[in-house]
Ligand binder design. Structure first.
Ligand code: NDP
Length: 295
């Protein structure tokens, strides 16, 4: 299969590209920078979609970049890097003479309202209560191509755990120094997925013709993980203590109140449809997922 991946140079994109190539697929990235097996967003808008069988979008400015202040300009970049790239790919798919068979977008579980008790499946309502939920709504709306023969799939991902980036890369140093711990009360749910499973779900969605619609990208045991239990498991995997809690005010001071919500609140999310479509998780449980990552 020939697969075009927007944002394929990033943390998730590198893992997905490796998996797709290992399964014999050809991958072309859409990127802001030139390079081998890459096209630019301008080229895509100008010349249309290269001949391909499937398209994925993973592009998005890193929301939790602690070096970027939460300003109006940054906020606009967070939105447009997701919504505009998705619109560009959807438009290119709609205009393609030979449309691809599958179109997969990765968004986030921020669609569901944070709650310590509610459990959400792909059928649960959401998408209309704060900045991130509305972002996910407009991001997913941008992917819609009415009347298109192309099969559409949206994977709502939890926090992606992997060795080479994402949340863990930022946490490893303090935890290795024995300075890690829960954030805020530590009681908030921590929806997570191992990077091999997120790549695996995207690949499953591309390869299996019957998969369509929303899939939650979280581990099956993720509803039972709190921020505190995650901190304890990460410390245990590293053989270090997890005694130093990070107070809520410090998280808000570093990230700003809007972004701090992502760390100080969370959702219990179940991958109900993902399992029903026949996906088998490689890392359903947190201890094994973390051992694999920090080993
Ligand atoms: P990355 O931060 O690694 O970024 C992915 C790619 O997006 C980059 O390689 C870059 O490609 C492109 N990009 C970054 N900023 C911009 C911008 N301002 N305009 C256009 N393109 C940009 O993301 P991840 O791989 O971690 O995540 C992939 C997707 O999954 C993202 O949309 C993210 O929101 C979503 N997601 C990720 C989670 C996680 O925990 N990592 C959790 C839930 C959802 P290039 O430089 O080649 O242009």
């Amino acid at each position: 299969m020939r697969v075009v991946v927007g944002g394929g140079t990033g943390f998730v994109g590198r893992a997905l590209t490796q998996l797709l190539r290992s399964r014999g697929h050809q991958v072309t990235h859409v990127s802001r920078r030139g390079g081998k097996d890459r096209i630019s967003w301008e080229e895509l808008s100008r010349s249309g979609l290269p001949l391909c069988d499937a398209v994925v979008n993973l592009a998005g400015e890193n929301v939790l970049n602690p070096l970027r202040r939460w300003s109006d300009a940054f906020c606009r970049e967070v939105i447009s890097s997701r919504v505009e790239t998705t619109k560009t790919l959807a438009k290119a798919i709609a205009a393609a003479e030979q449309p691809p068979r599958a179109w997969v977008l990765v968004t986030g579980v921020g669609y569901y309202r944070p709650s310590p008790t509610a459990e959400y499946t792909e059928d649960s309502p959401g998408g209309d209560f704060d900045f991130f939920s509305r972002l996910v709504s407009s991001w997913e709306a941008a992917a819609l191509i009415p009347g298109s023969p192309t099969r559409g799939v949206v994977v709502r991902s939890g926090v992606v755990l992997g060795r080479d980036g994402g949340a863990i890369a930022q946490m490893l140093l303090p935890f290795r120094l024995g300075l890690g711990g829960p954030m805020g009360s530590g009681l908030q749910p921590f929806p997570w997925i191992h990077i091999q499973d997120l790549s695996g779900i995207v690949c499953h969605a591309l390869e299996k013709e019957s998969v369509q619609g929303i899939l939650n990208g979280v581990a099956p045991s993720s509803p039972g993980t709190s921020n505190g239990s995650f901190a304890r498991e990460l410390a245990a995997a590293l053989g270090r203590p997890a005694l130093v809690p990070v107070p809520g005010w410090a998280v808000r001071a570093v990230f700003g109140a809007e972004r701090a919500v992502m760390l100080l609140e969370g959702q219990r999310v179940l991958p109900k449809r993902t399992l029903e479509t026949g996906y088998h998780f490689i890392f359903p449980e947190l201890p094994a997922a973390l051992r694999d990552i920090v080993a």
